[in-house]
Write a protein that binds this ligand. Structure first.
Ligand code: SAH
Length: 250
């Protein structure tokens, strides 16, 4: 994803280097610095970046946040504080679909001591707040790590979106089939069926089967039906054959 991390007026070289490392860890590459208050290629910064030194060296510097955001189609602010005059920050996971749908999103982080000011947050369409204990102010690079994690690596919905979860209709068909099978093989009877099936529903619903998996499962049940019925048929045939034949020794 073409996601940019924008650090507004960072002060500590170590934080910039650590933020670069966090970005590389999470799969982001575009680091933007707005009016930094230190040399972002300071040895301390490079040391903290470790393998992200190239990412750090390719950072771009902008005089204003407005210029840093000019080519972005979504800007997400971050704030530890709840501000009375602005909408409350959202949980990062709730914004994941919005960020993933954007072509060129930016995540905006504030200066270490003060955070983003209102005029910065006004340039962001949404704000995220990482939930915390009583002490809400995270280290800048750690905030970068957590927010990038949520948007780039977090959640199961990367695979879930490629994977078609079975519809309730498909699952009801599974449960209907399962119930018939249970009765067929005497696993449960009409009295206990409802309770038994509730336990199996809980178990199988937790698996969040895909459509294909629900078909796989029904294929298995179909074979159980076939086998049981086939065995019954053979038994009947054998019985009939036995009755038709005259007793051998009488
Ligand atoms: N006192 C400042 C904290 C600054 S920490 C404030 O109230 O915002 C530096 C930056 O790290 C913040 O500007 C923000 O970008 C990010 N940050 C720190 N804690 C955060 C949190 N709980 N949720 C979201 N971002 C946070």
């Amino acid at each position: 994803m073409n996601l940019a991390v924008v650090l507004v007026s960072p002060k500590t070289p170590g934080n910039i280097g650590s933020a670069a490392r966090a970005m590389l860890n999470m799969g982001a590459a575009d680091l933007r610095l707005v009016a930094p208050r230190c040399d972002y290629l300071d040895p301390q910064s490079v040391a903290m970046a470790v393998h992200a030194a190239d990412l750090l060296r390719s950072a771009r510097v902008y005089p204003t946040l407005r210029e840093a955001l000019a080519d972005r189609d979504l800007s997400v602010g971050t704030s530890a504080r709840v501000r009375a005059d602005l909408p409350p920050g959202r949980h990062p996971a709730t914004l994941r679909p919005l960020v993933r749908a954007a072509a060129a999103p930016a995540l905006v982080f504030g200066p270490e001591e003060t955070g983003l000011i209102n005029s910065d947050l006004e340039q962001c369409q949404v704000t995220v707040r990482i939930p915390t204990g009583d002490y809400a102010s995270l280290n800048l690079a750690q905030a970068v790590l957590l927010v990038c994690y949520e948007f780039l690596q977090g959640g199961e919905d990367i695979s879930a979106s490629e994977r078609k979860t079975a519809t309730r209709e498909e699952m009801e068909a599974v449960y209907g089939h399962l119930r018939e099978t249970m009765e067929l093989i005497g696993y449960t009877d009409a009295v206990r069926a409802r309770h038994t099936l509730r336990l199996w529903r809980a178990l199988l619903d937790r698996a969040l089967m895909s459509s294909a998996e629900s078909r796989l499962y029904r294929g298995f049940l179909r074979q159980v039906h076939w086998k049981v019925q086939d065995a019954a048929r053979r038994g009947r045939d054998a019985l009939q054959a036995g009755q038709a034949e005259p007793p051998s020794d009488g």
